[in-house]
Design a protein around this ligand. Structure first.
Ligand code: ATP
Ligand code: MG
Length: 290
């Protein structure tokens, strides 16, 4: 796996030597460049392929999600970001035509093992969607539902505590504490998205997947969610799909660039945005593609 990972420093060293700027991997080479694997990953993906019927949507992707990191997944529309994200908690199982091959591990355990129960898996690897989707229930019940069905609490006071802690971690407690019995759908869009994050946190996940979580929000609500993502990193690993390169550079430590189903490049966010190793990444971040 790692033998195909070029050394970033040597690529940088070549830059300037020619006087023509950095020498990058050419566009027709679709092997992943950068650091795909990290020590002690939370999730490890090896040679993952995804098909919708005959359509090959994800092509041999290998990468890790590290502990306490935010990893951004970027790339042009249709390149497979959502498809790949959905593999990480087997959400693609719900699509009949979809077939996933390869290895995906959570803490060293193959999540596609037939013995794995997807209900607890989807609590361990929670998901926040593009459009806030609170249940048509009270704010309290939106949070309490998960811990109840997963049997995480025994008493009302334990449940009260989970609801309060989850809303506090999601930065919504002060706005919600006096209206816990009111419908979650009565909150503003940005508040609803924080409610959905609180709902995800309430079942003590290890990883949180976010698919364009701010695309329906205004800049103020976006900034609140971005601050929150940074705080949540202390407790969880987070993978976020975003179309905003500014957002990727603000919230993530590593970035993965996808192109037509291939993982083209993965590495430290700052390096990806300032000194990408691949021509295709460079095209995308300079606005020449996508
Ligand atoms: N349910 C599905 N059935 C068949 N093909 C699908 C399905 N979902 C996605 N695809 C195809 O798989 C490819 C990747 O789609 P995906 O939604 O993962 O891209 P994306 O990078 O998330 O795009 P966007 O930025 O527009 O959200 C596309 O060609 C898409 O048409
Ligand atoms: Mg998508």
């Amino acid at each position: 796996m790692d033998e195909r990972t070029p050394d970033a420093s040597s690529a940088t060293a070549k830059a300037g030597a020619s006087g023509k700027g950095p020498k990058r991997v050419p566009r027709d080479n679709r092997q992943t460049v950068g650091t795909q694997h990290v020590p002690e990953p939370r999730m490890r993906c090896v040679d993952v392929n995804v098909y919708y019927g005959d359509k090959h949507a994800i092509n041999n992707v290998s990468m890790d999600i590290g502990n306490n990191e935010v990893i951004a997944m970027i790339g042009p529309s249709g390149c497979g970001k959502s498809t790949f994200l959905r593999c990480l908690n087997r959400m693609n199982d719900t699509i009949d035509s979809c077939r996933v091959t390869g290895l995906i591990e959570l803490d060293g355990r193959n999540i596609y093992d037939p013995k794995v129960d997807v209900v607890p898996l989807r609590a361990q690897v929670g998901m926040v969607f593009q459009k806030p989707n609170p249940f048509p229930k009270s704010i309290y019940e939106n949070i309490a539902y998960g811990p109840r069905i997963h049997g995480l609490v025994n008493t009302k006071s334990e449940m009260d505590e989970i609801v309060e802690t989850s809303l506090k971690r999601a930065g919504l407690w002060n706005e919600a504490k006096d209206r816990l019995d009111q419908p979650g759908t009565g909150l503003s869009g940005g508040q609803q998205q924080r409610l959905c994050i609180a709902r995800t946190i309430a079942v003590s996940p290890e990883v949180i997947l976010m698919d364009e979580p701010c695309s329906a929000l205004d800049p103020i609500a976006t900034s609140i969610i971005e601050d929150l993502i940074d705080e949540l990193r202390e407790h969880f690993a987070i993978a976020i799909v975003t179309h905003s390169m500014q957002q990727a550079s603000r919230v993530s430590q590593r970035t993965a660039y996808f192109h037509l189903g291939d993982l083209i490049e993965i590495g430290p966010t700052e390096q990806i945005f300032t000194n990408p190793l691949h021509e295709l990444t460079h095209d995308y971040i300079t606005g020449r593609f996508g």
